[in-house]
Design a protein around this ligand. Sequence first.
Ligand code: MG
Length: 259
Amino acid sequence: MTYRGVVLDVDGTVVRGDEPIPGAAEGLDRLGRAGLRRLFVSNNPTKRPPAYAERLRRAGFDAHPDEIVTAGTITTDYLADNHADDVLFVVGEDALVDQLTDAGLSVVADEARADTVVVSIDRTFDYDRLCAALRACDDEAVTLVGTDPDMVIPAAEGDLPGSGAIINAVAGVVGRDPDVMLGKPSEPAQRVVREYLDLPPADCLVVGDRLDTDIALGERAGMTTALVRTGVTDDRDLERSDVQPDYVLDSLADVATIL
Ligand SMILES: [Mg+2]
C-alpha cells in the first residue's frame, strides 16, 4: 500500500519524557524518505506546539510547530467555533489558558461567571480547585468540556495521571459526564487531521500506542491504523479491546514493513 499521509502520536510512540523511543528515529526517517505528509497529534495539552517542537528537538527530532497539534489546539479551535462568546472557567495549566486567551476567548478566575467549564490535566489541582469546579457547574446550563480522555501520560519516571483523571474527579463530584470530550479520537480531532493532511483517508496511516485514542481515531476517520508496542498498550490490553489496529509494530522502526 502506498500511503501519502501519516498521523503520528508523540508520547509513547516517538518520545517518553524528553527521551527518544528506540526505533523512532529510524521510523521517522523512513516515513520522510517515503514522502508522507505528517502530522503529530498529541492528547497532552500541557505544552503548546512550539514547546512541543522544542521537546522533540531535545529528543533529537526535527519538527516544525505547524506540523504539531495538541488537545489544547483542538480544544481552542472547538471553543472558538462553537462557544466563542462564552465566559470560560478553566481547570488546567497555564499553557492551555494562554492558548485559549490568544485565540480571543474569555477565561475568568471567578467560577460563578462561567458559561463553559473546561477541564484538563492540572498538576497543581487540589481540593479548592475541585470545589470551584463544583460551584462552576452548579447551573445545569453550564457546558462541561474535557480536553482529552487520557487517564495517564507515559513519562520518563513512569505513567502520570493525565486529563482523564482530573476530568473524572470533576465529573464525579458534579454528577454528570462532560458534554464534549475533545482530543483524540473526537470528531473535532478527526476534522483537524483531515483538514491538515488534505488527503483521502484511505491514503493515510495513523500510528500510536493507545487503542482508545490513536487507533480509535484512525478507525473512525477511515484510515489504516498501526499500534506500536513502545507505549501504554500491552498484549493483554490488545486482547481485551474492542478497538483493533490493522497492524501491530514492535516500534516505529517497523513502519517500514507496512509502507
Ligand atoms: Mg501516546
